[in-house]
Design a protein around this ligand. Sequence first.
Ligand SMILES: Cc1cc2nc3c(=O)[nH]c(=O)nc-3n(C[C@H](O)[C@H](O)[C@H](O)COP(=O)(O)O)c2cc1C
Length: 346
Amino acid sequence: MVMFQTTEKGRYLLRIETSFSRLLGCDLPILVAPMFLVSNVDMVVAAGEAGAVGSFPALNVRPVEKLQGWLQEIRRRSNKPYGVNLIVNRSNPYLQQQIEICLACQVPLFIASLGNPSQLIEKAHAAGSKVFCDVIGLEHARKAVSVGADGLIAVSSGAGGHAGAISPFALVPYLKQQFPQVPIVAAGSISDGRGMAAAFALGADGVSMGTRFIASSECPVVDEYKQAIVASSPEDIVLTYKMDGVAANVINTPYVQKIGTELGWLEKRLLRSSRLRHWLMGLRVLNSMPLLKNAVEKSTWKKLWGAGQGAGLVKDIKPTAELLERIVREYEAVRAHLPAGVEHKA
Ligand SMILES: Cc1cc2nc3c(=O)[nH]c(=O)nc-3n(C[C@H](O)[C@H](O)[C@H](O)COP(=O)(O)O)c2cc1C
């Protein structure tokens, strides 16, 4: 049974305990996923105060010197755990500065993506922080665990933003089987409590939800983007390589159709070289940044909007706390009907 508690600060959900929530000290094993140009301080605070773990990509804060201000504001408004996402490959020129600022502000959780996390893990562990790594398959997961990752985020096909190619039905139980010692967080197309229950039945210890929370009151993106998520069906989501060369799911707007989703032959060749890949990715992000930023901030015909196939389940725009409460109620309703043995309690 889900229990709620009302205090002067609002309504709180009581705990659903898994290895994820125990490790991070949160009430709900739900990560409100980091989203480039989308996540902000309000989303992080709202998620944390409602019992989940909010997060944001450090690259959302520019110039990098402002990062400390974001971290201080989060701490001033909430004492709950939260996460910062860092791109740990050479396409991120600000990595060292971001790590230093985050460690000075005692960031509880890092989410490492797109590279070798070993240096980050070493420094984070020395400071008492945890590191979860985004992975899309066994090879990357093995490397992450071998250098001490505290958890894996299994990014499946259908996820918003950078997506894997493997179905969550295969990826989540496979990673759990290979790495039973670390919490596995399922990511990709989980937009309600049924998805969360399914992820736990597959062996996940937590879920990461992005697209669902773009359509939240706290999310700072232009209303047209939120409405497009509400209006999208799973078929309206397409995979494109045009953002930074890595496969990413976006809404299939007329603009996406106009520019196409595939790279030219020269870029495809450059991406095959491990030396040139980071350079090309960095260049592509730099080039597409003003376009992406415009598309999330204002009304423009160049609509380039990241979203996963779980957009099909998003039918409203609500405050984060209300969404989380509903997700947990739905989860409990499904769980009550599942066979015994799928409950992830201590
Ligand atoms: C618009 C958008 C931007 C994203 N940006 C990032 C990012 O900067 N770093 C990252 O690790 N993941 C990013 N993601 C992926 C999410 O962290 C998460 O894995 C994903 O949203 C889960 O799938 P879902 O959207 O289907 O819930 C992004 C996702 C979206 C929708």
